[in-house]
Design a protein around this ligand. Structure first.
Ligand code: B12
Ligand code: SF4
Length: 457
């Protein structure tokens, strides 16, 4: 039995077309969902993982599979449907799962033979069994997996040539920010994989550099932090020789022992969602966790950096409180915090989030010709109607923010301080130049986007 597991290409990964930017190579990450599915698949299936982000193959030249499984973020949905059409025309059954299939079930059910909602661990073997007997159902629900059932991902099956390996050590997030799908999809309960499994799986990863995909590696409560420390101790003991980056909440900075252990275990960078310079903004986004009284963000960032860990900060433009000038304000705040890299995104109503419900009820979803418009749901295009910012002005704000933060003098000053503090100056330089280089390409992408929106008015 032959199984193809496919990660559809997204024509607009990040903002520019992948092929136009050589730096985008560094943005290509492994499709961990498919590697986990492969880990759940019995040995009678011969599995091929196809990641179209490495280049879409000529499926006609490949042997006919018995089953096709497709994963997709919302922004990949259109390409997912094209792939599905191709295989269904050949009479090959197609199953789709992942975040988009879960959040847009009705639409996806029209385009594939079978949809798996939720996490796959508890249901995928059943799906395969039904496919083998030609009795695939239209819908399966995996719900939330038992965390101990998460298998080792099949790191051996993904292609070589990625910049980073990938691993997941926890699932779920209790914070439920209004713009994010994680709590709706993975649940509010923070679930942690057994430490022994994580360490053994790390050892199976070929790449030296690894992305820990957890939404929050350290968690928010005392017992979560204690587990994170145990994990880091075990990783250091195992002498993995890996360097990794992860996402965490700002409380990462509050515990010196945690930081020291993380660094010892190989942590080289952390991605933190600051989201907005304003407390009212945090309230609007439902991210009250960042509102801790008396928190000095600059001091928090410095504490992390003292352990030679780079800090990438993420902000969002387009909140109801955002007015003209927000772009410059974010750049200013990011510089004041001393961030090594800044990632700014447009507030985007993703299906299944509270933000989606609110914007839909207020008729503020501007790009709503689905499925075509899903390709712009990359958080790098302003797809909604924003309270105080028109289409032109919100794009201007983004450009002025990026121009400010990624001006050459600012890049050089950041890299100099990284060099001085022995904090990955080369990675910092490459990261900063990569963003800067993309700024040129962004102009063309924004111009195309504006013509697309105006043609539809
Ligand atoms: C790692 C990650 C990335 C990596 C991508 C790595 C990759 N190629 O997969 C990077 C950094 C590149 C990335 C980029 C983006 N991401 Co991202 N990312 C994540 C993150 C943090 C973890 C995903 C992951 O690997 N999970 C581990 C695996 C094991 O879990 P899983 O993917 O959910 O898979 C399970 C189930 O979903 C199911 N399943 C999945 N696929 C399939 C297929 C079949 C056939 C079946 C049966 C089951 C099944 O089974 C798996 C095992 O249980 C998630 C948040 C999250 N918790 O999911 C956001 C998330 C997926 N990203 C999101 C977004 C919006 C993006 C971007 C579009 C925007 C951006 N600028 O960040 C870009 C664009 C990417 C693109 N290709 O278009 C959103 C997606 C929301 C949506 N509706 O689409 C999420 C949910 C975060 C959020 N804020 O809401 N991302
Ligand atoms: S943005 Fe981060 S903290 Fe907020 S719900 Fe999503 S994963 Fe949790």
């Amino acid at each position: 039995m032959r199984l193809y597991l496919i990660n559809p290409s997204n024509p607009l990964v990040s903002i520019v077309k992948v092929k136009k930017s050589r730096w985008n190579r560094y943005r290509v990450w492994k499709p961990l969902s498919l590697m986990v599915l492969a880990g759940l698949t019995p040995s009678e299936w011969e599995i091929s993982i196809v990641d179209e982000n490495l280049g879409a193959p000529d499926y006609r030249a490949m042997p006919r599979p018995d089953l096709v499984g497709i994963t997709a973020f919302t922004s990949q949905a259109n390409r997912a449907y094209e792939i599905s059409d191709h295989f269904r025309q050949l009479g090959v059954p197609v199953v789709m799962g992942g975040i988009h299939a879960t959040m847009c079930l009705d639409q996806v059910m029209e385009r594939v033979d079978s949809v798996v909602t939720g996490e796959a661990e508890g249901i995928w073997p059943q799906v395969l069994e039904d496919a083998r007997h030609g009795s695939l159902k239209g819908r399966y629900d995996g719900g939330l997996a038992e965390i101990n059932d998460v298998p080792f991902a099949r790191h051996d099956l993904a292609a070589t040539g990625y910049a980073c390996g990938a691993i997941q050590t926890t699932r779920g997030c209790p914070l439920n920010c209004s713009f994010c799908s994680v709590t709706a999809f993975n649940g509010a309960r923070y679930r942690q994989r057994p430490i022994g499994d994580v360490v053994r799986e790390f050892q199976l990863i070929r790449e030296k550099h690894v992305l820990v995909v957890d939404d929050n590696l350290i968690g928010t409560r005392r017992e979560h932090i204690a587990r994170a420390k145990d994990l880091f101790r075990a990783m250091a003991r195992a002498n993995l020789g890996k360097e990794w980056v992860a996402q965490a909440s700002i409380n990462f900075a509050d515990d010196e022992e945690l930081l020291a252990l993380a660094a010892k275990a190989g942590c080289r960078g952390v991605f933190i969602g600051f989201e907005t310079p304003w407390p009212e903004g945090l309230r609007e986004l439902g991210k009250k966790f960042n509102l801790l009284k008396g928190r000095d963000f600059r001091a928090s960032v410095r504490r992390i950096q003292r352990h030679h860990i780079l800090v990438v900060g993420s902000f969002i433009i387009g909140l109801d409180i955002d007015e003209p000038g927000i772009g410059k304000r974010i750049a200013e705040v990011a510089c004041r915090y001393g961030l090594d890299n800044l990632n700014v995104l447009f507030l985007t109503p993703l299906p299944g989030t509270r933000l989606w419900d609110r914007m839909k009820s207020e008729d503020r979803i501007a790009l709503d010709t689905f499925p075509e418009d899903w390709k712009y749901y990359t958080l790098t295009f302003p797809v909604a109607r924003y309270k105080h910012l028109s289409l032109d002005s919100i794009i201007e704000e983004m450009i002025s923010c990026d121009r400010d933060f990624y001006s050459m003098p600012r890049i050089l000053s950041r890299v100099w301080s990284n060099l001085w503090q022995r904090r990955e100056p080369l990675i910092s330089l490459v990261g900063n130049l990569s963003y800067r280089r993309n700024l040129q390409l962004n102009f063309a992408a924004y111009a195309d986007f504006k013509s697309y929106v105006r043609a539809g008015i």
